[in-house]
Design a protein around this ligand. Structure first.
Ligand code: MN
Ligand code: MN
Length: 471
């Protein structure tokens, strides 16, 4: 082996080394990473919508000793509680040993992902095909949603309150559905269009049937479909008015690559942070010093509005309820708690994709497998709309990660003026909480099949654990 020269030694000391995290992982740690990924993949395959995430997160929480906060009259250190908000968002907490006035540690992820929702009057027939009309949810590239297998998930609520759970297309024996695209032979005109205009929003119609009802009548295919729905669920067309049906890719989340280093799956934005945030909380072995809180938010992809979005005050009410049940509440205590609190806004980051490297700035891009990715700020065009974490807080988080041997990288989303994005960070920062975006880098974000690195997922789990344990 050749000796390192002085320059190389100095470089090692002074440069911020940025390289693949896999290089430093031994066989044993690699196995741990792969094992953790299996649990994540299983969670993903049972949790494609925010409602399913909440159901399964509640199961995980309860099997780890968490109870609905309403079951407690008083709270003390070590108690584990949760609150489910309208079946679509959820907050969990482990009460810490320290005076809560000193602040809490929060990890906040979101359960909703881009998808196609059914319109209120979705069902129609055209040329002996039955279709469901959709209105897309969140930022999608519409052309990615044609000619792929889709599943139907959601709820139909009858006017008498009876709720029907729908899930078709996930079991091997289920039918799947698809949105058709034009054959290239006849697509000359379509192919001349701009990519964003190639498929129109109003053309994202789900093909669901082709057999007419046997008796002679008009709209016989639609009638046959309604008859099937009526026999299966006891519903009529009007019941679809009060439904929330989401179309999601009917593709399984899978281990990816010949080296199995990655995971491909729908909705990893932001279920990957839900899973890592949730498991790091429920796996805490010792009672944390600071009360540890996990947020699973809804509606992030469409602006966090509404009573299940982060902009609602339901989260404040949950924390106030904790203060009440601790028996410490007093005027303005909630605001004070928030001002002393820290948060990791656990949301995915756009990883550098070498095929599309021209939108990234290599010195400040996140890379797959280099660990959990932090964004000091988000926003676009001169940081507009950004929630910008203080240098002091970034240093605190660096210290937590460095002293716990967590692989991390700090960057920003894309080149200056190329685009931008936002998360729930600013909403919590507005309450006075120190917040930084901190999540897993993703390729093909918002597509029906997003890609992550198993290493980053495990580093997120470890990083969130270290954050919760921080005093
Ligand atoms: Mn997100
Ligand atoms: Mn997103």
């Amino acid at each position: 082996m050749t000796e390192k020269n002085e320059g190389e030694i100095l470089k090692e000391k002074l440069f911020n080394k940025r390289e693949s995290g896999w290089k430093s992982k031994g066989e044993e740690e690699k196995n741990t990473i792969f094992e953790y990924a299996k649990g994540y993949i299983e969670f993903m395959n049972n949790s494609k919508t925010e409602r399913e995430i909440v159901i399964n997160s509640k199961k995980i929480a309860e099997s780890n000793g968490f109870k609905d906060i309403s079951e407690y009259n008083t709270l003390s250190a070590g108690d584990k509680v949760y609150y489910v908000n309208r079946e679509k968002s959820m907050y969990l907490a482990v009460i810490g040993t320290e005076n809560i006035e000193e602040g809490i540690n929060i990890i906040g992820a979101h359960a909703d992902s881009p998808r196609l929702d059914l319109k209120p009057n979705p069902l129609y027939e055209d040329s002996e095909f039955a279709y469901l009309k959709t209105h897309y949810y969140g930022g999608i590239k519409k052309y990615q949603w044609t000619a792929i297998p889709l599943a139907i998930h959601g709820v139909i609520v009858k006017s008498n309150g009876e709720k029907i759970q729908v899930n078709i297309g996930e079991n091997e024996n289920d039918p799947i559905f698809t949105i058709t695209d034009l054959l290239p032979h006849l697509a000359q005109e379509q192919m001349e269009k701009k990519l964003k205009e190639g498929i129109a929003g109003e053309d994202l119609n789900l093909l669901i049937g082709n057999i007419p009802y046997p008796e002679e009548t008009t709209e016989a295919v639609k009638l046959n479909i309604l008859n099937i729905l009526n026999q299966k669920y006891g519903i009529t067309e009007a019941d679809l008015l009060s439904s929330e049906i989401e179309l999601v890719p009917a593709m399984k989340c899978r281990s990816m690559g010949l080296d199995s280093s990655m995971i491909a799956g729908y909705g990893q934005d932001d279920k990957v942070c839900v899973y890592t945030g949730l498991t790091s909380l429920v796996d805490l072995k010792e009672i944390p010093s600071k009360t540890a809180v996990c947020i699973i938010a809804d509606k992030e992809e469409i602006g966090s509005m509404g009573n299940t979005g982060m902009e609602s005050h339901v989260f404040d009410t949950f924390i106030a309820e904790i203060l009440n049940k601790l028996g410490v509440n007093k005027p303005n205590l909630l605001e004070k708690v928030f001002c002393n609190s820290k948060m990791l806004s656990a949301d995915v980051d756009a990883a550098l994709d070498p095929i599309y490297a021209n939108v990234s700035e290599r010195n400040n891009a996140s890379y797959l497998s280099r660990g959990i990715a932090l964004n000091k700020y988000t926003g676009a065009r001169g940081k507009t709309g950004a929630s910008d974490a203080n240098a002091e807080f970034v240093a605190t988080i660096r210290n937590i990660f460095e002293s716990n041997d967590i692989r991390y990288q700090i960057g920003e989303l894309g080149k200056v003026d190329v685009g931008g994005g936002g998360t729930i960070a600013y909403i919590l920062a507005n309450k006075g909480i120190d917040v930084i975006d901190c999540g897993v880098p993703v390729l093909s974000m918002h597509s029906p099949y997003e890609v992550t690195s198993k290493l980053d997922i495990y580093e997120a789990y470890k990083g969130y654990t270290a954050f919760y344990k921080n005093k």
